[in-house]
Design a protein around this ligand. Structure first.
Ligand SMILES: Cc1cc2nc3c(=O)[nH]c(=O)nc-3n(C[C@H](O)[C@H](O)[C@H](O)COP(=O)(O)OP(=O)(O)OC[C@H]3O[C@@H](n4cnc5c(N)ncnc54)[C@H](O)[C@@H]3O)c2cc1C
Length: 415
């Protein structure tokens, strides 16, 4: 019997991981991307394998912090006001989840998806040319002082429920731990047992090369629609280079999954949390381990191409180009936080975090159609990509994943 065919739409970290696992299971897999693998959100993130990122931005704290952010022109929250009328229904749902009950639901659901992320990445790359790309590290949350740390009490309370308890470093010991930091920072909360990647875009591109070396096909095309038989099962995919028949399809197209799933009649409220990075080339100083600048809301990582500072949130659409203010904020903040930093030049980038209003991804099959989805990983897609890919490959194969996936059900927004 010939192998069943699967088309995976979107070659970000979720798509390449899914394609590799399906290939290893014996399926005939094509991975389609409208651009090059690893050039979507997966390209420019902070590179954190953030096992710690279990608690959502939509927490009860948001009601206290949100208005302050909106009132402060130097805050790390930006809004494209012209898009707000269209984003309003998503925002209302997002805010309605900013409760203790909502936050605990996210911690309980995301915990199992993130808790072994470093091992999941290592297992994906084991015995491939990418062996060694997954680095073990700590992460330090950088605070100005104890009072600043205390303002984050709720987030740490949630992390504690997932077993994440930081080691605290204070005063001058902060600079012994991380000499890059200036004297404004006197309090670190350090978590051991995390990981990072030093070039996420290349990591995904090389995973796609590995997939090709296994016999998988990477196709450059834009998918317009999915076709079904009269029994509601997938029959093929229409693209700008023609129609391709398949037995199964997996949509892992990040923020762009919204348009494709809408055509399937699936209502998934997906919006972009636009994020930015600045790379300081040939930097004079680097952090010893990844840092999270709590006041600037960006991650700091020593990468192959320089010092990458990536983060901020700009609520808006996924069609218009980058704004100036978030880049300016990251640059100014980095100059102030890292007083010894000199560099030869900078590179800037913007990407779209695909975010649902309940801060959870959608992973599963669309109504017994042979069409599966795996997107909506907001701030943690790099971290959760390999495990998502593995779970999707199990679902395509009709196996029962050893994890409760109810919270990620693609139909949950229509219920
Ligand atoms: C500034 C910033 C910092 C971040 N930091 C981290 C971090 O440190 N750790 C972490 O875990 N996460 C982080 N994230 C989030 C993470 O980057 C995303 O969640 C993740 O990359 C999403 O991966 P994906 O595979 O779902 O989508 P993407 O990487 O966006 O890939 C989707 C792919 O689908 C393709 N595509 C779309 N539509 C079509 C179509 N119709 N036909 C064919 N192809 C199509 C696109 O070209 C693209 O290549 C960060 C995000 C940002 C913006």
């Amino acid at each position: 019997m010939s192998a069943k065919t699967v088309i995976v739409v979107g070659a970000g970290i979720c798509g390449v991981s899914t394609a590799i696992y399906l290939n290893r299971m014996g399926y005939k897999v094509s991975l389609i991307d409208k651009g090059k693998p690893g050039m979507g959100a997966s390209y420019g993130n902070s590179g954190f394998l953030a096992q710690w990122a279990v608690d959502p931005v939509a927490s009860p704290d948001l009601w206290r912090i949100g208005p302050k952010y909106l009132a402060n022109k130097n805050s790390a929250l930006f809004i494209k006001w012209g898009y707000m009328p269209r984003m309003f229904p998503w925002l209302i749902r997002f805010l309605s989840n900013a409760t203790d009950k909502g936050a605990r639901h996210v911690v309980r659901s995301l915990g199992p998806l993130l808790s072994d992320a470093v091992d999941q990445h290592k297992s994906l790359v084991q015995n491939t040319p990418l062996d060694g790309w997954v680095r073990d590290s700590k992460i330090s949350f950088v605070y100005r002082d104890k009072m600043h740390f205390d303002s984050d009490t709720y987030s740490w309370k949630m992390k504690k429920t997932a077993g994440l308890i930081p080691k605290v470093v204070t005063g001058e010991a902060v600079r012994e731990e991380e000499p890059i930091l200036g004297k404004d920072y006197r309090y670190l909360a350090v978590l051991e047992g995390q990981g990072h990647i030093t070039d996420p875009g290349q990591y995904v591109a090389k995973l796609a090369d590995h997939f090709t070396s296994l016999g998988g096909r990477v196709i450059s095309a834009e998918v317009h629609d999915l076709q079904k038989n009269t029994d509601g099962r997938i029959s093929g995919i229409s693209t700008d280079i023609g129609t391709m028949p398949c037995d199964f399809a997996v949509i892992t197209a990040g923020i762009w999954s919204k348009g494709l799933t809408k055509k399937l009649g699936l209502k998934i409220p997906l919006e972009a949390e636009r994020g930015y990075h600045v790379i300081f080339e040939n930097p004079s100083v680097l952090p010893r381990n990844p840092l999270l600048m709590v006041d600037g809301k960006f991650g700091v990582n020593s990468m192959d191409m320089g010092l990458r500072c990536a983060g901020t949130v700009e609520l808006g659409d996924h069609k218009s180009g980058p704004s100036v203010a978030p880049i300016k904020l990251i640059k100014n903040h980095a100059r102030q936080a890292f007083p010894k930093l000199t560099f030869s030049g900078t590179q800037e980038w913007m990407g779209f975090r695909p975010s649902t209003p309940d801060s959870l991804p959608v992973i599963g099959e669309v109504e017994n159609s042979g069409i599966f989805v795996g997107f909506g990983h907001q701030h943690v897609g790099l971290t959760a990509g390999p495990k998502t890919g593995y779970l999707l490959s199990q679902m395509v194969a009709g196996q029962n994943p050893n994890m409760d996936l109810l919270a990620f059900n693609p139909s949950r927004f229509s219920l």
